[in-house]
Structures are given as C-alpha cells and as structure tokens.
Design a protein around this ligand. Structure first.
Ligand code: AFP
Length: 325
C-alpha cells in the first residue's frame, strides 16, 4: 500500500521544523479544517434541502446574503471562537471584529476570512470557496483590536482556501510551499494531493469579467487585448475557482479597477492578501496594478483592491503597462 498522508499528519510533521512551537498554529489550522468539512457537507447537500437562495438582505458590501453565507459564517464562529487559539475574528460577513466570548481562552493569533466566496454562484451549482488568513496578534492586552487585522499581507503566518467543487480541496501555505489536499468523503479526511505546488511558468489562460469592458481605461483594454492574442480565456466569476485553475494550469486572473469602482471590487484582507501569499509561495505574484499586494498597508478591514494574480511574467507586464499610462 502506498503511503497515505492526511492533512492532520502533514501539518503535525510541518510543526516539527519548529521545536519551540506549542502547536497553537497547528491546532488553529485543525479548527479551520473541521469548519471546512462541515461547510463542505452542507454545500454538497444544496439543492436537496432548503439551503439555497438569498435571505432577502444585503451585507455591508451591498451583496445579496445567501443562506449558505450565513451558515458558513456560523460554522466558523462556533468553532473558532471557543477553542482558545485566536483572540479575535474578522469576516466578510460582519462589519466589526468578532471578539472571543467571555470565559474562553484567547490565543496569540487572529483570523480573517471569507466564509463563502462566490456565493452568488451557489444557486447554479458553480464551485465556491472559503478563504482565510492568519496573523500574529500584535496589540497589547488579551483581546484583539482593529490594529491586529490591519497588517500588511506579508505578515501572514498562514493562508489558505477551501474549494467546494467536483471534489472539496484544501490548499494552504505556512510560508513553506503550497500544498493541496482532497477530501475523501467516505472517511472524512483530507488526503495529500500535491506537495509544493508551483504555478507553470508559461500561462495557458487569462480570466477577467469582460462585462466591464466599457468601464475600463485604455491601459486595461490594452492589457486584456494583449492576453487575448496569447492565451485562451476562462472566467468563472468565483475567485477561488478562477485562482485554483490558474494556479494548477498556469495563467493570470484580472479584477481591474473600473470607472465605477476605481478602488477595485475584491477585498484586500480576505481575498487579495491570502491568495497573494499562496501565489508567491507557488512562484507567481499578485499586484494591485502598481505594487505587490503583500506590501499594501490596509486602513480598513473591508478595504477593496484591484487584483492581478498569477504567473510572474504576466503580472509584470500588467504593472509595466499601467506604469506607462
Ligand atoms: P460573491 O461572493 O458576491 O458571489 O462575489 C464573488 C466575488 O467576490 C469573487 O469571487 C469573484 O471573482 C468576483 O466577486 C466577481 O465579481 P464580478 O461578478 O463583479 O466580476
């Protein structure tokens, strides 16, 4: 029988490289894995039980809140707030920081996450994902405050995503390569799929929502025309799925600024920064068009950013074109 490496064992073995570690990060990652399994179970049942559709309200970003958004948010909160590994949470779905309730231990990390990204796609059975970023708590005192969440992406201790697709996969980095695991639903375990993923040097795909063409500036139009001549186009409109495809097959994903949204659409802290750390660890890069996404100092938890992410050469060409503007 060939060796079977599950995610728990893999993380525990990674921890051995840090003899001084108490296992708090390991345990926090295990909490996230537990949350991912529960959300995956529910996403797979969508269509069979009354969990599809919107709750009839909009969130702080004016997006329709889906029933599964609420469910995924609750799962993260219920698990993460009570295990003592974090001192606070922040999420796409909540305006403010979510504190650890009184009576529970507060850990040395903070977690910021998007519980269900791409949720407007759920109703038509398109892949969605959860994205997370872990930082050290830097403020004084036991409870996290906003300064803990407003750190540059390069300070991330770990980042990852779960893609709920034809199978559920967990992809993460602790700054030592990017590794992917596939959930075997028959045993409830994530099994190692690929260790040290690297993005192919030569891109195959570019992905962008061309519905915004009329709102782009000339530089953006030029960039997209350049890619059209070279690569095949693939766009899902579910960031984790677009990112995952490009990571494995080589490509670049663009979410450019528009005249209606010059600040960009995607959220820096729980979309841009974690995926930027992953792509950098996989040999690619991520930019807002001017600078490395990991160097942006956030001023707001829900700050938006343009995002260009994927193969290094493509991102470089994008930055050069904007610089000539
Ligand atoms: P939803 O979670 O509201 O579906 O938004 C998804 C998302 O943040 C990201 O996953 C997509 O890449 C992006 O929006 C697509 O946005 P447009 O539909 O405006 O291109």
């Amino acid at each position: 029988m060939k060796d079977v490496m599950n995610l728990t064992r893999f993380i525990l073995e990674e921890q051995k490289a840090y003899p001084e570690a108490y296992g708090e990060l390991t345990n926090l990652l295990l909490d996230i894995i537990f949350a991912a399994k529960i959300i995956s179970r529910e996403v797979n049942k969508a269509g069979l039980i009354d969990i599809l559709g919107s709750i009839g309200k909009k969130n702080i970003h004016q997006d329709e809140v889906q029933k599964l958004d609420v469910y995924a948010q609750e799962v993260f909160e219920k698990i993460l707030l009570h295990t003592g590994h974090i001192s606070g949470l922040a999420s796409e779905e909540k305006d403010d920081i979510i504190p650890v309730p009184p009576g529970y231990h507060k850990g040395k990390y903070i977690l910021i996450f998007d519980p269900l990204d791409g949720s407007s796609n759920i109703n038509v059975n398109v892949s969605v994902g959860s994205i997370f970023a872990i930082y050290h708590k830097i403020s004084k005192g036991a409870d996290a405050d906003v300064s803990d969440f407003l750190q540059k992406g390069k300070n991330q201790v770990a980042a990852g995503y779960v893609i709920y697709g034809s199978s559920t996969m967990f992809v993460y980095t602790t700054g030592k390569g990017v590794h992917s695991f596939t959930l075997d639903p028959t045993i409830g375990e994530f099994i190692l799929t690929e260790k040290n993923i690297t993005i192919p040097k030569k891109s195959k795909y570019f992905s962008v929502n061309e519905g915004y063409y009329h709102l782009w500036d000339d530089a953006t139009k030029k960039i997209v025309s350049h890619f059209k001549g070279q690569y095949s186009g693939r766009h899902i409109g579910s960031l984790v799925a677009d990112f995952h495809r490009n990571l494995l097959t080589g490509g670049v994903h663009l979410n450019p600024p528009t005249s209606e949204r010059p600040e960009g659409k995607l959220r820096l802290l729980y979309e841009g920064a974690p995926l930027a750390l992953i792509i950098e660890q996989a040999g690619g890069s991520a930019s807002d068009g001017k600078q490395n996404v990991l160097d942006i100092k956030p001023t707001d938890i829900h700050q938006r950013t343009p995002l260009f992410i994927g193969s290094k050469n493509d991102v470089k060409m994008i930055e050069e074109t904007y610089a000539k503007k």
